[in-house]
Design a protein. Structure first.
Length: 413
């Protein structure tokens, strides 16, 4: 029999790539829902709000004007200028249109940056828990991910000592995410200043500053790394977009702001990957940045803040769970170490956070993502970008599922 062509012909990099665990969890939940099960899906990092009408109207107007042609590879001049203006006005940062590249979502900016800078064996420091795209994008582009596990007692944030110990001569990038997915952690100004002091000792290290959730905060606005340490601007790429802020995930518009030589390199790579981003998406994003739906930002932020409290308060009394109250984003990071070692009513052991996630889905129809997907166990990530009714129902169901495990766990203890 002839040897199968695949996967033999796939590259080493492609063989190491996997379907996003978030997408996989959502797909499993969708299959159960299609079978008639009542499923509450809390897996996706996607706002449940619709894109504000004025933004959609701007896209419609652009369509009517015939803006349906190719766009410049790095983005339309108007949108690049608007992004630069946003950085100047919102953060007080030096930025011009030439410092901006517009791509098909923030994820593409990250991929382009790694593709344009990594040689085989270059190292990228990624604090855990992390968004799974970070290590996977490093791997696909030939780099080696250096995972630095953070601690609950430190708010799941990278410490200066841990950063210093992780840096080597081969380090090319440090990736920082604030507000963070999945932990909801937000770095304070003092914490960023302390990390910046370490980075000054290692001038060869670039910084990828993922601020995609900057508009979703609960206590105080998160500081920008470059507002704290402006001297790092020459080696920092800030990544953002309209997906989370303006509920525009499907419009696929993100951007990077960084030093011009790096932006030029990203533009060259993008020209061979996808060319420019959608003309209509960029028109809609421009309207958003120019204030077409400014009131929406505060309305959405307050809704997420209310839901964050609802989740933290609702899960606090459930046996075996430990909720780490988020400071931003729309995710709750839930410790489930108190359930490890329990037995399900059918006698099967609960050995890791994946077993807990499976049990919640099977027993009560609540879909969440296992912490192992984010590089840290035993935890679960729960998205509260969902209606209040779904959140309340999910809390009730999670309580029943966890309580069903608790007696077996207590007996084992």
């Amino acid at each position: 029999m002839t040897e199968p062509l695949f996967p033999r012909v796939l590259s080493r990099r492609a063989r190491g790539a996997e379907l996003s665990p978030i997408a996989a969890a959502g797909a499993r939940a969708a299959r159960l829902a299609a079978e008639g099960r009542s499923i509450i899906v809390l897996t996706s990092g996607e706002p449940d709000f619709d894109t504000p009408a004025p933004i959609k109207d701007a896209a419609g107007a652009a369509l009517a004007r015939g803006q349906t042609k190719y766009t410049p590879t790095a983005g339309t001049a108007a949108l690049r200028q608007a992004v630069a203006q946003r950085y100047r006005s919102r953060h007080g940062l030096e930025a011009a249109a030439a410092n901006v590249i517009v791509s098909n979502g923030g994820k593409q900016v990250i991929y382009l940056a790694l593709n344009a800078t990594l040689d085989d064996g270059d190292e990228v420091i990624v604090p855990a828990p992390y968004w799974p795209t970070f290590p996977d994008a490093v791997r696909i582009n030939g780099g080696e991910t250096v995972i630095v596990r953070t601690q609950a007692g430190q708010g799941f944030k990278l410490t200066p000592q841990a950063l210093r110990e992780a840096i080597t001569a081969r380090t090319k990038w440090l990736i920082l995410n604030s507000p963070a997915n999945p932990s909801g952690a937000v770095y304070g100004a003092d914490e960023l200043a302390a990390l910046a002091a370490v980075l000054r000792e290692a001038p060869h290290v670039l910084v990828l500053w993922d601020e995609m959730y900057e508009a979703i905060w609960f206590d105080q606005p998160p500081p920008h790394l470059l507002a704290v340490a402006p001297d790092l601007a020459g080696r920092t790429l800030a990544v953002n977009g309209v997906s989370k802020t303006y509920a525009m995930t499907g419009w696929r518009i993100g951007w990077g702001v960084g030093p011009q030589p790096l932006i030029h390199a990203l533009e060259a790579v993008q020209s061979q990957v996808s060319s420019g981003a959608s003309s209509l998406g960029q028109a809609a994003a421009l309207a958003a940045l120019q204030g077409a739906a400014e009131g929406f930002l505060e309305t959405a932020r307050l809704a997420y803040a209310r839901r964050a409290r609802r989740v933290a308060d609702g899960l606090a009394g459930i046996p075996g769970l430990r909720v780490h109250a988020p400071q931003g984003s729309f995710f709750a990071w839930i410790g489930v170490e108190g359930l490890i070692g329990a037995r399900r009513p059918d006698g099967r052991p609960v050995e890791h956070d994946g077993d807990v996630a499976d049990w919640l889905l099977e027993a009560e129809g609540v879909a969440v993502v296992r912490g192992a997907a984010y590089g840290l166990s035993p935890y679960l990530r729960l998205s509260f970008a969902a209606s209040d009714a779904d959140i309340d129902a999910a809390i009730e169901r999670i309580g029943r599922a966890a309580t069903a495990l608790a007696p077996a766990q207590e007996a084992a203890a």
